[in-house]
Write a new protein. Structure first.
Length: 315
């Protein structure tokens, strides 16, 4: 039996792409790539995919590879946030190509729809992406196939092009019709949720890169927590509640003496002890007192006035 690998996000388009190809007697292996910025590797996600859509995805955790190879030096630049969409698509297809070869599959399937996303789903961009991934002619996009050049599996007779779709743009009318035809138990939202498209997170990441050109993955993950303040040479992440405080690395913790307010610094914070202490006390009940540094040193500090703290806040 002919096999194909499908990039599976869990969104409606990727589900329909799998179903359209399976309908033609092809064995489809759904591949879900997790980068931390996007994707979901939870048990709930896997169970929902199986129970609601009859899809059992293989999950590959590629967060470190994406972080080191794509995030900081995208060949094709960023979108409106810190999203390197074109380079991300190339990366995903390269991973799919390697997986395809390992599994002995013949081609790759994606849920791309022509014109749905302005940066990465233009006709010429789709062609560029598959070429750079080393998959020229081997990427089948079932939802828009009739609008694109025939792929190798179509030319070889593995796929009936006339049974595929010619969808373009952002509307979802045809996708909803297909969802009903395939009897989906639930209509999922369009795939998305990439953290790098989020304006607040992007602002935080830009601030971090300004003080530390190549931060570590664990440092970037901290940006989802707390208030972010940019100082001279570092950023300060101040926990807003107990849950966030518990998520901060304890060996790097700055804290008021009563542990009521805590935070961590990323970057070079040398000489900023009293500034950091003053910021922590600004959010504490007491306006003066001792602040404990990561080394255990106690520093007597006074809360900085709001007019000095507010300009430092990134998000």
């Amino acid at each position: 039996m002919t096999k194909a690998v499908a990039l599976f996000s869990g969104g409606l388009d990727s589900i329909l792409a799998v179903k359209l190809v399976e309908e033609q007697g092809i064995r489809v292996i759904p591949l879900h790539i997790y980068t931390w910025f996007a994707g979901n590797k939870s048990r709930e996600f896997l169970e929902r995919s199986r129970e609601l859509f009859g899809i059992d995805p293989v999950v590959l955790d590629m967060q470190r590879e994406f972080f080191s190879e794509v995030l900081f030096s995208p060949k094709h630049g960023y979108g409106q946030g810190m999203n390197p969409c074109i380079d991300c698509k190339v990366f995903f297809l390269k991973v799919a190509k390697s997986f395809m070869e390992k599994e002995g599959a013949s081609f790759v399937v994606t849920g791309d729809v022509v014109g749905q996303r302005p940066m990465s789903q233009k006709r010429e961009t789709l062609k560029l992406i598959e070429k750079e991934a080393g998959l020229d002619g081997l990427v089948l996009r079932p939802l828009s196939a009739r609008l694109l050049e025939p792929t190798m599996p179509e030319k070889a007779g593995l796929i009936n092009r006339d049974a595929l779709e010619g969808i373009q743009g952002r509307g979802r009318k045809r996708q909803l019709e297909l969802a009903r035809r395939f009897g989906l138990k639930e209509i999922p939202s369009p795939a998305g949720g990439c953290l790098l498209t989020d304006p607040t997170f992007s602002k935080r990441l830009k601030a971090l890169i300004e003080v530390k050109k190549r931060p570590k993955l664990q440092e970037v993950k901290l940006l989802r927590l707390g208030r972010i303040l940019k100082l001279n040479g570092c950023i300060l992440i101040v926990a807003r509640n107990e849950r966030e405080a518990n998520a901060l690395p304890p060996e790097e913790l700055w804290a008021t003496e009563d542990r009521g307010v805590s935070g961590v610094c990323v970057g070079n914070c040398a000489g900023l002890e009293r500034v950091i202490g003053g910021i922590l006390l600004r959010y504490a009940k007491k306006r003066s007192g001792a602040v404990i540094t990561p080394s255990g040193k106690k520093v007597l500090c006074t809360a900085l006035p709001p007019e000095e703290v507010h300009p430092l806040i990134v998000a």
